[in-house]
Design a binder for this molecule. Structure first.
Ligand code: ASC
Length: 536
């Protein structure tokens, strides 16, 4: 079962130009739950209520109701949109969002055609069962997905299915032709150059994508131009997007596989496949070469060198030379009343009923904890061992940033509950791009700052922390609003792995925040009381 949009899964591709004011009317036809849509990578400058994050920027849209998102397409690039309430992204609520350069402008590279590949993962168990499992005692993890998808199409490992079933022939393993799993076909003319816009909206999987026999040149990352880099494959974590160029330079009477496979977790899911078809070779011709092999899942050295190879293209603004504030965020796996959770500086995020944006706009102090969470973690904490005390707190405090300040965030990874284990987490920031200043092993130390890349640091909206390592980010708090900053692995966010950034409180208090966004919780009650007074 998937959640679709306008009768489609994935939802329709939205294509706009820089400077366009985009209006999207979202009508909630899910009869049993609310919904919101987040425009991943769009800054929402002066429209923070259109960011589409339930409990942060707006109330969930109630069944039957319509909410209008209105925002400016601020930067050309490859983006996507997705549900941001509960685990609706896992349920399939997503689609591609492409922002073209403004009329009369040109991209800084040339190509003859382009394709979008939106990557995702897919479970047979429905999202409500997953949600209940994650919050149950005992904890039930979602485990690896059954399929990986490219534009909503994927393969299913029938041999694995028959291993777990008595009957060798399962109905879902019988191939009749024309089924949903039939791979996407990307038809190209020999010797032409194409742009492949790749975005990952996976729930869990970190992926590696390659095109059989073809080199790729990375030119864009998260809507920012990067130095053209030749690669044989790309690592792509949930929340990231890349554009690569490739030339159809192989012998023209063949087809080739494009494959994406799991990295950073022990793979138990077959690769996602799409077919690169050389016109006029028939689409039905089986490629001579097998799909590209995904690099070993735990070869993190390879992942790190790929990450370090992504550098900002000339003309990209450089990071300020120094910071005015530094927030260190330690990610730990913990327990709360026996439940498995993730915590940041010993606080597991639990979202409030009243959206922060409304609570700040109308100065409603009861809406969330007014004490911000800790800015660091204790010196005695050992990041290379399981937590000495696994118990953590749950909270809904927000980090408050003064408008215009330069802020560093050090994302610190640590050992999980299980000894010797630490996982990759892709952190995504709403409302901003940040500069990725560097990655390091072990615990971040002040002298590591000397190694920061202040010249070619790429601008991104999502950056990964490697197992037992740290990642340093810098951004300027110049976008008043309330922004989520979280692990883009959906079950991890659901288990509390995120923080809330309240930026420019004075500016928010002077904003004309859309009332439609605040019809729930304490703001909803306030508006209802105002209306009642007016009627009397
Ligand atoms: O949050 C998680 O839980 C599991 C495991 O730690 C317990 O089953 C896992 O791999 C996660 O990423």
């Amino acid at each position: 079962m998937v959640m679709g949009i306008n009768g489609k899964f994935p939802g329709p591709t939205i294509r706009v130009k820089v400077g366009d004011i985009v209006r999207v009317d979202v009508t909630n036809k899910l009869n049993t739950e609310g919904v919101v849509i987040h425009w991943h990578g769009i800054k929402q400058r002066e429209t923070p209520w259109s960011d589409g994050t339930a409990s942060i920027s707006q109330c969930a849209i109630a069944p039957g109701e319509t909410f209008t998102y209105r925002f400016t397409a601020d930067k050309a690039g490859t983006y996507f949109y997705h549900g941001h309430y509960g685990m609706q992204r896992s349920a399939g609520l997503y689609g591609s969002l492409i922002v073209d350069v403004a009329d009369g402008e040109k991209e800084p590279f040339e190509y003859d055609g382009e394709f979008c590949l939106l990557l995702s993962d897919y479970w047979h168990q429905n999202v409500h069962q997953q949600e209940v499992g994650l919050s149950s005692l005992p904890f039930r993890w979602i485990n690896e997905s059954q399929s990986l998808l490219m534009n909503g199409r994927g393969q299913y490992n029938c041999s694995l299915a028959s291993r777990y079933n008595e009957s060798a022939t399962l109905p879902q393993c019988e191939i009749r032709g024309g089924e949903q799993w039939a791979p996407n076909v990307l038809s190209v003319f020999p010797n032409r150059t194409y742009r492949l816009r790749i975005a990952s909206t996976t729930s869990l999987a970190s992926l590696n994508l390659a095109i059989g026999n073809h080199k790729m040149y990375v030119v864009e990352a998260d809507g920012n131009y990067v130095n053209r880099t030749e690669v044989t494959d790309i690592d792509i974590y949930s929340g990231e997007s890349y554009s690569v160029l490739f030339t159809a330079d192989q012998i023209p009477y063949d087809n080739f596989w494009i494959s994406a496979g799991v990295r950073a977790r022990l793979p138990q899911t077959p690769q996602a496949l799409a077919l690169l078809n050389y016109i006029p070779t028939p689409e039905s011709k089986f490629p001579l070469s097998p799909p590209p092999v995904t690099p070993r899942w735990d070869d993190y050295g390879r992942s790190k060198s790929f990450a370090l190879n992504i550098t900002a293209a000339a003309g990209t603004p450089r990071p300020p030379k120094s910071h005015e504030r530094r927030i260190v965020l330690l990610s730990t796996q913990n327990k709360f009343n026996g439940h498995s959770v993730w915590a940041i500086n010993n606080v597991s995020l639990s979202l409030p009923v009243t959206p922060y944006l409304g609570a700040i706009r109308y100065d409603i102090k009861d809406a969330y904890d007014q004490t911000p969470p800790p800015e660091n973690f204790p010196d005695w904490y050992n990041v290379s061992a399981p937590p000495a005390n696994p118990n953590t707190n749950v909270g809904d405090g927000a980090y408050v940033l003064v408008n215009g300040t330069t802020v560093d965030i050090i994302l610190q990874n640590a050992n999980m509950l299980e000894p010797g284990a630490s996982e990759v987490h892709p952190w995504h920031m709403h409302g901003h791009d940040f500069w990725v200043l560097g990655y390091g092993e072990g615990r971040f130390a002040e002298e590591d700052e000397k190694r920061f890349n202040l010249t070619t640091a790429p601008l991104k909206n999502t950056a990964v922390i490697f197992p037992f390592g740290w990642t340093a980010l810098r951004f300027v708090a110049d976008n008043p609003g309330v922004w989520a900053f979280h692990c883009h692995i959906e079950p991890h966010l659901h288990m509390g792995m995120g923080v809330v950034i309240a930026e420019g409180l004075d500016q928010i208090r002077a904003m004309n925040v859309s009332r439609d966004a605040l019809s729930c919780g304490l703001t909803g009650k306030m508006f209802a009381a105002e209306d009642a007074r007016r009627r009397n």
